[in-house]
Ligand binder design. Sequence first.
Ligand code: CMC
Length: 391
Amino acid sequence: TGKFTYDPGFTSTASCESKLTYIDGDAGVLLHRGYPIDQLAEQSNFMEVAYLLLNGELPDRKSLDSFNNTITRHTMVHEQLATFYRGFRRDAHPMAILCGVVGALSAFYHDSTDITDPHQRMIASHRLIAKMPTIAAMAYKYSIGQPFLYPKNDLSYTANFLRMTFGVPAEEYVVDPVVEAAMDRIFILHADHEQNASTSTVRLAGSSGANPFACIAAGIACLWGPAHGGANEAALNMLREIGTPDRISEYIARAKDKDDPFRLMGFGHRVYKNYDPRAKVMQKTANEVLDKLGVDDPIFDVARELEQIALSDPYFVDKKLYPNVDFYSGVILSAIGFPTTMFTVLFALARTVGWVAQWNEMIADPAQKIGRPRQLYTGPTERDYVPVDQR
Ligand code: CMC
């Protein structure tokens, strides 16, 4: 039309300015506030990365202790939230529960929904980060019919989540440090990824002035899809379906077939046209965790061989399709004991940090206005109404 730029899928539209995360997709680089993702994943911890994303700098010891303390104080959920869970079927997908429960938080925490008040914005942000592990663990407990566990605040963020997920009231739950370290690293690797679909959804929802709990629920809904966060569940289901290395070529052939909608899940990325730096750390972590836990899962062999075959196949080479963050995460999560339906919930838990940080950045941005894309209209031109009997 000359008036608008037509950009389906927003492949070339920058929707905002941001200081949080930098990606160079051709070089396979990912930085949070300037720090390379591999350094953060291997040397930092999730709470520190959360602080960094929210506040712009790594905390000193005192600030970190105080941040940990604040988050810990918000880990419990309103007792009445438990009755909300009981309205769901036991076989409900935990992502369905998560969408509903996180949206419902705005009905429980009215006192942090005034987005014009920076103090309330910060409380809402801390509440969301602190309550996600509790909410996620409750979704799991509900699905298997076990009692909910209250948070135990002398544990780390990640250990507390593992205990609420895998512990039972009758027994002391000892968190395996190998599992805790791996889980924490997976959280770091998922914490933020600039303007992906779910983050853009959170910003768009937030641009109208909606409260942060509702905005994060919108992000969770968007994340669920298999092209986005749902890929970790889909990738592991695919690896299990392939089952043995001798069946890989059949699936590679399907992925290359234009008439077959099948895609290699955990492969390809809109921005990375090189190896996803998160996948590199994830593969290394999978190696270490399976080794240390003594897990001998044939799907790890399937994954490694599938990667080798795909990376030497001209179809994947020409299209620059590499494993993404979701390709190896499932192998680790499965070894830890999570069912596949929980995988995307874990992604949402970690990404909440990024969503909240991006939402805060947007609200504080003086250039912020309601997101309102335009369209190219392709429907009928104006015509007169015809009464039903004359049609
Ligand atoms: N398997 C086979 N072919 C593929 C794949 C794949 N996984 N991904 C892309 N292609 C092909 C696609 O068919 C297309 O071919 P052609 O140009 O001949 O039509 C070409 O590569 C470009 O694909 P596209 O769909 O135009 O690229 P996009 O940027 O719109 O999609 C994607 C990116 C991630 C949605 C896509 O690669 C995909 O569906 N991958 C599988 C799902 C997945 O792993 N998603 C997780 C993404 S990383 C985690 C996250 O941030 O959520």
